[in-house]
Design a protein around this ligand. Structure first.
Ligand code: URP
Ligand code: ZN
Ligand code: ZN
Length: 464
């Protein structure tokens, strides 16, 4: 059914204006100051967006849905996570395919794709994590790039023995990524230093969740970023630091950029609004807030917002990694090193950025759109199909009510995880209506779309 969005204030990464938007099929076909009834097809769905913003569908560059990790598996499936995404205004997610070190890359890609394809409700695509780099893996990675729409890799410098990559493989992988034009996203923390510091703390009886941050302080992350950027400098590869949590890490990447390194920086919603005191909460309550890199001192939030405002940080994701408090986080009751890492936020991201970024005057609306949609589409090869409001772009639209006010609550969550990390915090704004390729998919926090309609977005390498 054709779709007409009338009377809205359209906000993109570059423009802020009033116009009507008409979509036929799955794409936008007309944008004009006023589109009359006489100019639309019979049966058109008309949405009155008076008093509301109209944003391009938001894109989350960093989510985990299927995630076998730390002896358990993340709680969402592709239906629940993508319904939550849509309810919060996110129309496309980029999930990390995270194989075990023994799994073949092609097998892992097929596993993730087969899980997502029948039930995903939003559009989706994948970063392919590289945890082995033997000859078989190399040829399968080439095949994934050539024929399966993979245009970004993921590596972990952390998580010793699970996902981490050795320096010789890092160098070889980045050389191949450069040749293929693939961007490599990276979790930057020094695995060896973390291992040593964890052992020292646990041996001293410092076992609670509040010791997670001291076991991987800012220097560990800054070193990881510098390490990645040095290898990128030597190989010419394009790299992207995920969930960058502190000024020191941002500085290392910016320094590298000044040396000519092609590096982009991602922040994630939990680091922008939560600080390490949450993980220090007594009676193991802090376990809800254990993620890596850890929540930091509050002053780091200001640095991240400023870096977004100034353009040094390009994107805001979530690192949605949903593990229940009961039955999963409590695996680490006796040692923080066993608490599954992650703070879910796939549904809350946009309202958190609007509430604590835009309404607090830290960033403007165009920067919000740029960081939460357009830059991700550009960096990861989806623009202008995604990340834009333009003729020919997918009709992924978020009609956003900036006057809505409430609080974040687990009661509103469509994710299957058993808590909301932002419970009780003030919430200003809400995605009133969300469209995915021309079809209404969410309304006022509820999923109203079609389960399984989410499409796999094939991408081509652009980072030569
Ligand atoms: O704590 C986190 N970030 N959990 C998910 C795995 C990762 O490092 O991205
Ligand atoms: Zn990570
Ligand atoms: Zn992650």
């Amino acid at each position: 059914m054709p779709l007409l969005v009338r009377n809205g204030r359209i906000i993109t990464a570059t423009d802020d204006y009033r116009a009507d938007i008409y979509a036929e099929g799955e794409t936008i076909s007309r944008i004009a100051p006023s589109i009359a009834d006489a100019d639309i097809a019979p049966g058109t769905e008309v949405i009155d967006a008076a008093g509301k913003y109209v944003f391009p569908g938001f894109i989350d560059p960093h989510v985990h849905i299927h995630l076998p990790f730390m002896g358990t598996n993340a709680k969402d499936d592709h239906a629940s996570a993508t319904k939550a995404a849509l309810a919060g205004g996110t129309t496309t997610v980029i999930e990390m395919v995270c194989p075990s070190p023994t799994q073949e890359p092609m097998d892992a890609f097929n596993e993730w794709h087969n899980l997502a394809e029948p039930i995903a409700c939003s559009d989706f695509t994948f970063h392919q994590a590289v945890v082995r780099f033997d000859d078989l893996a190399k040829s399968q990675l080439r095949e994934l790039v050539a024929n399966h729409g993979v245009a970004s890799f993921k590596i972990f410098l952390a998580y010793m023995g699970a996902f981490d990559i050795s320096d010789d493989n890092l160098f070889a992988l980045l050389s191949m990524a450069k040749e293929l034009g693939v961007i490599t996203t990276a979790h930057c923390e020094n695995a060896v230093a973390i291992d040593a510091m964890q052992k020292t703390l646990i041996d001293a009886g410092k076992t609670g969740p509040g010791f997670h941050e001291p076991s991987r302080p800012r220097q560990v992350e800054a070193e990881g970023v510098h390490h990645l950027c040095t290898f990128a400098e030597l190989t010419g590869a394009h790299v992207y630091t995920v969930h960058t949590s502190c000024a020191a890490a941002v500085q290392r990447a910016v320094e590298a950029r000044l040396r000519g390194v092609n590096v982009w920086i991602e922040a994630v919603a939990p680091h922008l609004v939560l600080d390490k005191t949450y993980a220090e909460r007594s009676d193991f309550e802090g376990a809800r807030y254990v993620m890596s890199p850890p929540l930091r001192d509050k002053c780091e939030q200001g640095a991240l917002w400023n870096a977004l405002h100034g353009g040094d940080v390009s994107t805001i994701g979530t690192d949605h990694a949903p593990f229940d408090f009961k039955g999963q986080k409590d695996m680490g009751k006796d040692a923080f090193t066993l608490i599954p890492n992650g703070i879910p936020s796939i549904q809350e991201r946009i309202d958190l950025v609007h509430t604590f970024g835009v309404c607090e005057g830290r960033i403007d609306l165009k920067t919000m759109v740029s960081a939460c949609s357009t830059r991700t589409a550009q960096i990861f090869g989806m623009y202008p199909k995604k990340g834009a409001i333009a003729v020919g772009s997918d009709a992924d639209l978020v009609i956003y009510d900036p006057k809505f006010s409430g609080t974040f609550s687990h009661a509103d969550s469509l994710s299957q995880v058993d808590y909301c990390g932002f419970e009780g915090m003030t919430r200003k704004g809400r995605a009133d209506t969300v469209t995915l390729r021309g079809e209404i998919a969410a309304k006022q926090g509820k999923f109203v779309g079609t389960e399984g309609r989410g499409a796999y977005i094939k991408r081509a390498p652009t980072h030569f």
